[in-house]
Write a protein that binds this ligand. Structure first.
Ligand SMILES: Cc1cc2nc3c(=O)[nH]c(=O)nc-3n(C[C@H](O)[C@H](O)[C@H](O)COP(=O)(O)O)c2cc1C
Length: 223
């Protein structure tokens, strides 16, 4: 029996608020399609900020900081699809998600791009301002990781100020539903391809370690 398809959502909000409500809405849409839907709340994990070391620019091996981030990276690698969801704070991405992008992206993912060809979806939640900018930033990071970003028609930006407001933004939630539907379609298509061909290399991930040739001390570090 094949394992059920799985979407993992990463929630960058500090509270069980609008972003969490939107992800519960997304989970319902996924479960309608028999997709397992799990959420990592970044507020509940142990996550250090990037320190001053800058080591990851000078080597070809992952970050050495011991916290929960490598565990979340492992969960992303195990999933078929990943949703990055964050509120807008100060016209930018809320700091928990920004920290996660720095720690996971630069600390772990930049070496051999283990999320290549996973299906990505992006959701931003804002009262109104810079919802598009944050959505674009998170999308650029998914593309950087060679993920397959599917469209939802209009971007999945949800407008909400007070707790509970997200569930009143019908158009935003429609876009979230469509995002999950299309992610599921793409995940199923890729699974069917793997089943029919026994191959996982329709879209080759590329070179094995992106940092080789860029890292100053690479000869001193075991890869
Ligand atoms: C510190 C802070 C900064 C915010 N900055 C913005 C902003 O720049 N633009 C905007 O439209 N909404 C802004 N908001 C509103 C939130 O994006 C909005 O309330 C959102 O629904 C919060 O999601 P949450 O309940 O998941 O935390 C801000 C909220 C906070 C707490």
């Amino acid at each position: 029996m094949t394992a059920p398809l799985k979407i993992l959502a990463v929630n960058g909000s500090e509270r069980d608020g609008n972003t969490a409500d939107v992800l519960r809405h997304a989970a319902t849409a996924a479960r309608r399609r028999s997709v397992v839907f799990e959420t990592v709340d970044l507020r509940s994990i142990r996550m250090e900020r990037c320190g001053p070391c800058g080591d990851c620019n000078d080597r070809t091996a992952p970050c050495a900081v011991a916290d929960s981030v490598p565990g979340v990276v492992r969960r992303m690698v195990e999933a078929d699809g990943i949703i990055f969801a964050a509120p807008v704070h100060g016209f930018g991405t809320a700091s928990l998600m920004q920290t996660f992008i720095e720690r996971a992206g630069v600390g772990y993912l930049r070496f051999d791009r283990p999320l290549s060809n996973k299906v990505a979806g992006v959701i931003s939640v804002a009262r109104r301002y810079s919802a598009g900018e944050v959505w674009s930033q998170l999308t650029a990071n998914a593309l950087l990781n060679r993920m397959i970003v599917v469209g939802s028609g209009f971007p999945a930006t949800v407008h909400a100020l007070h707790r509970g407001d997200a569930l009143k933004d019908e158009e935003g939630l429609t876009n979230v539903t469509r995002l999950v539907e299309r992610m599921t379609d793409m995940i199923e298509l890729l699974a069917e391809h793997r089943r029919l061909t026994g191959r996982d290399d329709l879209l080759p991930a590329g070179e094995v370690n992106e940092r080789v040739g860029l890292a100053l001390n690479e000869t001193k570090v075991a890869v």
